[in-house]
Design a protein around this ligand. Structure first.
Ligand SMILES: CC(C)(COP(=O)(O)OP(=O)(O)OC[C@H]1O[C@@H](n2cnc3c(N)ncnc32)[C@H](O)[C@@H]1OP(=O)(O)O)[C@@H](O)C(=O)NCCC(=O)NCCS
Length: 225
């Protein structure tokens, strides 16, 4: 299999889209993250070279160059989340391992002004669908601090399994933090469709309670800008 199959790709469902991060996203990324510094601080892994309140563009440009490089190597898929065309957050399917693992980790955040609208579950559903059925990954996990109820809700709405606690897994907000590992494999996906639609608040709902949650279409590969 071509490791870069399915990248870059723009995925869309209603007003919510995943669009490959571009170098010209640096200013909006910096401004949104700075405005949301306190919102993100308890959950964001520590990056000494890029504090949340950094005002300069240089670290953002450097970060975007690095993640674009990784994406070209087939090791990650870094997207911006947009809502009605506006940048509202980030979602990355990263730490991709090929060979007999075909696994990855998903990470995400949204601007606090857009929280609670079901944007992230839809974005994660789009990314998982694309990763399993276009890219060819087999397993995706999300590692979440036990205290992060909002993020745990996102993955449980989508049928990810709680696989237990990883002790002191990441350095966040000044200390090594435990994380709960949530996992999902490709063959489990059909079984989660109904569960994902039960909140009745998500923008993508099952048709008559049974529209596949995963299976949302991609616009297909596009040129890297
Ligand atoms: C976790 C996060 C991505 C969820 O995104 P979202 O688009 O708001 O997801 P949802 O709309 O499904 O809401 C998830 C939960 O957030 C909570 N929530 C709802 N509205 C909220 C608001 N205005 N503010 C804060 N939390 C809210 C609710 O518990 C909701 O669960 P429910 O749908 O069962 O009521 C978002 O809260 C965020 O970016 N947090 C900061 C960064 C972060 O935690 N990233 C993940 C690290 S693992």
């Amino acid at each position: 299999m071509n490791r870069r199959q399915g990248w870059p790709a723009t995925l869309q469902e209603g007003p919510i889209a995943l669009r490959p991060l571009r170098l010209r996203d640096a200013p909006v990324l910096r401004d949104t993250r700075a405005r949301n510094a306190e919102w993100l601080r308890p959950w964001e892994p520590t990056y000494p070279e890029m504090p949340l309140r950094t005002t300069g563009l240089t670290p953002y440009v450097a970060m975007l160059q690095a993640i674009r490089r990784e994406a070209r190597q087939g090791l990650s898929m870094p997207w911006s989340i947009t809502y009605e065309g506006r940048f509202v957050g980030q979602l990355t399917v990263g730490a991709i391992v090929w060979g007999s693992a075909r696994s990855a980790q998903v990470g995400y955040w949204v601007d606090s002004a857009y929280a609670g609208r079901g944007i992230t579950p839809t974005a994660v559903a789009l990314a998982v669908d694309h990763s399993f059925f276009t890219v060819g990954l087999h397993r995706i996990e999300a590692n979440i601090r036990p205290e992060n109820r909002a993020s745990r809700r996102v993955v449980t709405k989508l049928g990810f399994r709680d696989e237990g606690v990883r002790r002191r897994q990441l350095h966040i907000d000044g200390a090594w933090r435990d994380h709960i590992c949530y996992g999902l494999t490709a063959e489990e996906v059909p079984g989660v469709c109904c569960a994902a639609g039960t909140t009745g608040r998500l923008p993508v709902r099952p048709r008559r309670g049974f529209r596949p949650w995963f299976g949302i279409g991609a616009r297909g590969p596009e040129r890297w800008r």
